[in-house]
Design a protein around this ligand. Sequence first.
Ligand SMILES: *[C@@H]1O[C@H](CO)[C@@H](O)[C@H](O)[C@H]1NC(C)=O
Length: 299
Amino acid sequence: MFRNLARSGNRLATASTRRTQRLYSTAPPKSSSGPTFPAMLAVASMGFAAYYTIVKSREGKTMPRRKETTTYEEEEALKQKRIAEAKAKKEQKQTKAIPAFSPEEVTVVFVLGGPGAGKGTQCENLTKDYGFVHLSAGDLLRAEQKREGSKYGELINNYIREGLIVPMEVTIALLEQAMNEAIAQGKEKRFLIDGFPRKMDQAVKFEEVVVPSKLVLFFECPEEVMLKRLLKRGESSGRVDDNIESIKKRFRVFIETSMPVIEAFEKDNKVKKISCDQPVEQVYQGVKTIFDEMFAEKK
Ligand SMILES: *[C@@H]1O[C@H](CO)[C@@H](O)[C@H](O)[C@H]1NC(C)=O
């Protein structure tokens, strides 16, 4: 888990060692009061080498000398080897990540819609009726935020309060972990992922490292309707973002960053739109029609 985070952590670590090494290879700082440790080590080892040579020659043996001339073939072979190594390294970098799951084995449906579009309510019944596991990116983030000892709690809290999108490495890692846990518990390998991806890069990354999605369910809803629902929910939810300021920010973020995601999936013919400006039961009938067609046979 947190593979991506760990990977970037390593990159940072390597970068800082590289910097240290570069410092070592240049001249010692002028202000330094005595020889540096590497300098002392170099002098000591030279001294030892001289001593060793003398002792060996006294014994009538000569030191093995480094071969100074190489044949043309040897040079050429070495050159070819270096080229091959560089090429392999480059290819390794270019290789795309292999998704954690195959789409034949694991079904993912993205459930999108503005805040307050009723995604959670619809997902609840889809879970019961079609054997899907419901994963809400928002709920996973909020749970991680509250989890004792979480490295990301504070970070997540700040992003959510500002109505911003949490860095995707965190969200994707939490989703993949939740999927693995559900599969380990023997649940259906069908997932409704609600409130994710909220940005194009998240969509691309998720499909690259976790699994490509089968369907994108998009709940269309006028802003006034969503606002009314959210303010009502805020009376009881206790969520830090169910206040008018946060809600307005979330609407703006949704229009600017999430609509392009839906447009991109539309090009792949993966999007089904449902208007949710109607009673929830009616909305659900629309959703059922789609699911009966696509997933019923597996129930
Ligand atoms: C969800 O299912 C319950 C019980 O089956 C039903 O009463 C409710 O109306 C359903 N909700 C929606 C949104 O269809």
